[in-house]
Design a protein around this ligand. Structure first.
Ligand SMILES: [Zn+2]
Length: 219
């Protein structure tokens, strides 16, 4: 597991696990949720309250995501570097016709700019990160819904790890009785206030449930 033994070498820290609390329908106390989802004070079942906190289920696929939602998912690891890469790439491309038409020595510089731009873009948005983001997007648009539960909330200490992501949410759900675990980086500081055992919705691709995401997507 990713649990930290040497805190300095670890990009994540596990949050203080203050328990998730809900208001018990039986006695009206705000009580922590235990494994059986029963009130510690009066013994009432808390499952209904927890299920209601999950919110409305995801709509049927294909789901339409807003532009902001898409760009929050498909996002370079280092957006500033990526923007510089794009700038150099375009600057280089703009120099090519000038170099060909008038000033031949400019061609070398144009090629250098374009090469530098391409390198910057690639380094700031690695292929595997982009692939993972596309898989998540596919699950959000085409995936089937599943009732899920947050299993772990971690604060991200190294801020550049995935483009300003602050929080890592781990969650679990079941597909045909098989437990599937997923994990989602989130840029929202508010997600730090989420707690293990919180009921949420997940969406997964039926052919490959390892392609999954939490619903609804931010922001
Ligand atoms: Zn109670």
């Amino acid at each position: 597991m990713r649990r930290a033994r040497a805190p300095l070498a670890e990009p994540f820290t596990l949050l203080e696990e203050s328990a998730l609390r809900v208001v018990c329908p039986g006695c009206g106390h705000a009580v922590p949720v235990d494994d059986e989802a029963r009130c510690v004070t009066c013994g009432s079942a808390l499952e209904a309250v927890l299920g209601a906190a999950r919110g409305p289920p995801p709509p049927l696929p294909p789901r339409r995501l807003t532009r902001a939602q898409r760009s929050a998912i498909l996002r370079p690891m280092r957006p500033t570097h990526y923007a510089w890469g794009t700038f150099f790439l375009h600057a280089g491309a703009l120099m090519v016709p000038v170099a060909l038409g008038f000033v031949w020595p400019l061609l070398l510089q144009a090629v250098l700019f374009m090469g530098m731009g391409a390198l910057f873009r690639r380094a700031s948005w690695p292929v595997d990160v982009r692939r993972e983001q596309k898989r998540r997007l596919r699950a959000l648009v085409w995936g089937l819904p599943a009732a899920a539960e947050i299993t772990r909330v971690e604060r991200q200490v190294v801020p550049t790890l995935e483009g300003g992501r602050r929080v890592q949410l781990d969650y679990a759900f079941a597909v045909h009785g098989q437990r599937i675990e997923g994990s989602l980086p989130s840029p929202h500081v508010l997600d730090l206030q989420r707690r293990p055992r919180e009921r949420v919705w997940a969406v997964y691709v039926p052919e490959d449930p390892d392609i999954n995401a939490l619903w609804p997507p931010g922001p």
